[in-house]
Design a protein around this ligand. Structure first.
Ligand code: FAD
Length: 392
């Protein structure tokens, strides 16, 4: 089996590294960040593909990393009026819980921090990854899992994620941060707060320590999506207190105080009681732009794009990380079936993954068009159910 260099060590890269290592490949991971990733404790809806590695190949259980819920509830977030409720059994985890377990399952000595890809050189028999720190690696296969801002994608296809016209304010609260009635309101459910010009989602997750260990306590995680026109309005929001315009996220510590004030004032003034309490009282909210992109190709001789490095989806069907994990599993399965013949494996793999990526991007764009502009979003509508498209 081939020697593999995985570029990007988040959920896609680490799942790929684990499954390819298990398939007999000789795998190293090269991650840009100088320190292990934190994910800022934000929530992720559990999809089967996301946790498949942990459940099938490690001793981790769903109980260890997630909380369950039994309903999806829909409200008019401005008035608090119910718009319906359906039974739905979803589990919610935190980015860091999944990341940490995947990292533990891999070999930390082969997880190389501080390696930012600057160039990838595909070849018919070998490929090379070149890093900003001056090092480079040759491998039989280079797996680029370098996320929505993928350097590899930009270099090979000239495709970059484009701003989708809205941002998401994200945050978490603990029980003491909000009124008891608010805490109760958001338990045991995935809650939608629908608005004419945006929407809110909220759900419970487990607390994760800064070291990535899951603790017993539950917290509430939310996102509030605002339509913000590209140009001065977006620039103002994405410019930190230090005057620097951030391309993707402005974290709490860097937020311009006037933007934070506007966020809290809008939450208190425009939202009904429970939504307003949850959002206005989040101690450390932060803001992220929503962007997406699609690609016509995922395999380039001995280089592949995987996860958000290929199709970067908007978050509305809660399966972006699951898609990255599924890209990884199917890659390992294709290599095993082709008995290590990388070129043959990539031909089969790419056709299937392009279909999934295109279908998934189209689904979340449709959801965004409805959710961000006050369209009809009926409780339990099957076309808006979370998850990846069914395999062909
Ligand atoms: P990423 O997680 O983006 O990781 C890319 C990695 O590559 C990072 O570690 C980065 O540091 C590294 N990197 C970047 N550039 C370089 C470089 N030049 N060299 C080396 N390394 C590099 N998905 C779900 O499944 N469920 C959810 O509920 C969900 N909610 C979401 C909510 C929000 C607000 C957002 C924005 C996304 C959400 N997603 C969700 C999507 C999910 O976060 C992504 O789809 C998923 O993280 C993609 O994984 P990835 O490994 O492909 O890319």
């Amino acid at each position: 089996m081939p020697k593999v260099a995985v570029v990007g060590g988040s959920i896609g890269g680490l799942t790929a590294a684990n499954v390819l290592r298990d398939a007999g490949c000789d795998v190293d991971v090269y991650e840009r960040s100088p320190r292990p990733l934190s994910g800022f404790g934000t929530g992720i809806v559990v999809q089967p593909e996301l946790v498949r590695y942990l459940l099938e190949r490690t001793s981790t259980t769903l109980e260890d990393i997630s909380v369950s819920s039994s309903a999806m509830r829909y409200f008019d977030a401005a008035t608090g009026e119910s718009r319906g409720e359906v039974e739905a059994e979803w589990r919610f985890t935190a980015y860091n819980a999944v990341y940490q377990k995947l990292l533990e399952a891999f070999d930390v000595d082969r997880y190389h921090l501080g390696h930012a890809l600057s160039e990838v050189r595909p070849g018919t028999d070998r490929a090379t990854a070149v890093f900003e720190n001056g090092s480079q690696v040759n491998a039989d296969l280079v797996v680029c899992a370098d996320g929505g801002g993928s350097v590899a994608r930009a270099q090979m296809l000239g495709v970059r994620s484009t701003y989708a016209g809205y941002v998401t304010w994200r945050g978490m609260v603990d029980e003491q941060d909000v009124a008891p009635a608010t805490w109760k309101f958001f338990q045991d459910a995935f809650t939608y707060g629908l608005l004419p010009d945006g929407h809110i989602i909220a759900y419970p997750i487990r607390q994760v320590s800064p070291q990535g260990q899951v603790t017993g306590a539950t917290r509430l995680n939310f996102q509030w999506y605002w339509n913000v026109e590209e140009g001065p309005e977006l620039d103002r929001l994405m410019t930190g207190a230090d005057g620097v315009r951030r391309p993707v996220s402005v974290h709490f510590d860097a937020l311009n105080p006037s933007n934070l004030r506007e966020f809290r004032e809008r939450a208190a003034a425009e939202l009904s009681e429970a939504f307003g309490d949850l959002i206005a009282n989040a101690p450390t909210p932060f803001v992220t732009v929503v962007a997406d992109c699609e690609v016509p190709q995922m395999a380039f001789d001995r280089v592949v794009l995987l996860g958000d490095a290929a199709f970067a989806p908007r978050p509305h069907a809660a399966a972006g990380a699951a898609k990255a994990a599924a890209d990884s599993w199917t890659l390992a399965e294709a290599l095993i079936q082709a008995d290590g013949d990388v070129a043959a494996a990539l031909r089969t793999w790419e056709a299937g993954r392009l279909r999934v990526g295109k279908t998934y991007i189209a689904k979340v764009r449709t959801m965004a068009a409805v959710l961000q502009h006050g369209g009809a979003f009926p409780a339990g509508a099957p076309e808006y159910k979370f998850g990846l498209p069914e395999p062909a």
